[in-house]
Design a binder for this molecule. Sequence first.
Ligand code: NAD
Ligand code: DAU
Length: 361
Amino acid sequence: MTVLVTGGAGFIGSNFVLDRLARSSETVVNLDNLTYAGNLDNLASLQGNPGHVFVHGDLCDRPLLDRLFAQHRPRAVIHFAAESHVDRSIHGPEDFIQTNIVGTFRLLEAARAHWDGLDARQKADFRFLHVSTDEVYGTLTPQDPPFAETNPHLPNSPYSASKAASDHLVRAWHHTYGLPVLTTNCSNNYGPYQFPEKLIPLVIVNALAGKPLPIYGDGLQVRDWLYVGDHCQAIERVLEAGTPGETYNIGGWNEMSNLRIVATICGLLDELRPRASGGGYADQITYVADRPGHDRRYAIDARKIQRELGWTPAETFETGIRKTVAWYLQHPEWVARIQQGGYRDWIQRHYGEASAGEASA
Ligand code: NAD
Ligand code: DAU
């Protein structure tokens, strides 16, 4: 049995692939075009593992998708690949439209063509799981209840608009063609292998380098935070037991302001790696201009996935953030290679210059 994962060299995708291969004997075909956010270093421990087939290619390449479905005949697709960073979407939305909307469309069409050719039993068992975000629901005031699956989509950034569009495509492919789709809308993830442009790894990396810790606006924006391993387990649960056509919110019941997040990280670093120059890491906090259109608050009502599928997070924020800070302290070479762009040399050493090649990573 085989599953097709897209974006499995990114932050959440690589955590998912590593977890899955540690627990299951199913082959993972991992399609990723290795944008700046895709990093084969994350998957280095899978080198020589025949259960992992890495394919360096683009989601928008329909002939490649058709070849992958024909050759590997996956029983499920888990679709992580996306442009994922809100700030980048503000400065350059084009790639977000291309990958998140056009790419999802191409993948849906390739999956549908494959699914159409299956027998009745295989058709019923096939799953297309679309990994999405709570940002599609827009923003909350402090008085609003958390986002429920029934909330309307009111996206505010080019990133969230592109993800909302992809959610709608996935929904339509179920309603119109009957493709057995599942959609998950998750809150902010953190943990190992997160690219240091996102708040938590950026603050850890900048703090250790003696650089400013940038806080957008007043720093009182609120997000719900979930440890990445818990997100991966929730996705597994939805894949196993979710009802086709349904959406499931995933969250950690961990609403926190950005300032509190940054202060927590500074406190952990003060304990685990005190500053050589004395003083606390919080001295490096710097208020900077706010993100345009910055959503004030996200919060997730995760009762449906708990009630219907029995999933709850295993980590609290305190345990998860401690593990995360420790991971970054233990992996300075991972950060350094990203900062130097050095992991691209690693790709060339292992795969040569070929772009749409296939290899067991
Ligand atoms: P990421 O940016 O770390 O990784 C994205 C991966 O997709 C990279 O490996 C990249 O190379 C690959 N990719 C991008 N464009 C591609 C294309 N055209 N073809 C093939 N591969 C391509 O992202 P992430 O944080 O791991 O997020 C994964 C998914 O989860 C995204 O769909 C995102 O919207 C969603 N999500 C993320 C969070 C979060 O907090 N990070 C929360 C909820 C949902
Ligand atoms: O809610 C889920 C989403 O969470 C995912 O869909 C996105 O892919 C993921 O990037 C994340 O989006 P955010 O915009 O919430 O994450 P980010 O880490 O960029 O920012 C978190 C908060 O911290 C946000 O309010 C902006 C703020 N921030 C961020 C950075 C990078 C700062 O104050 N300073 C910073 O330098």
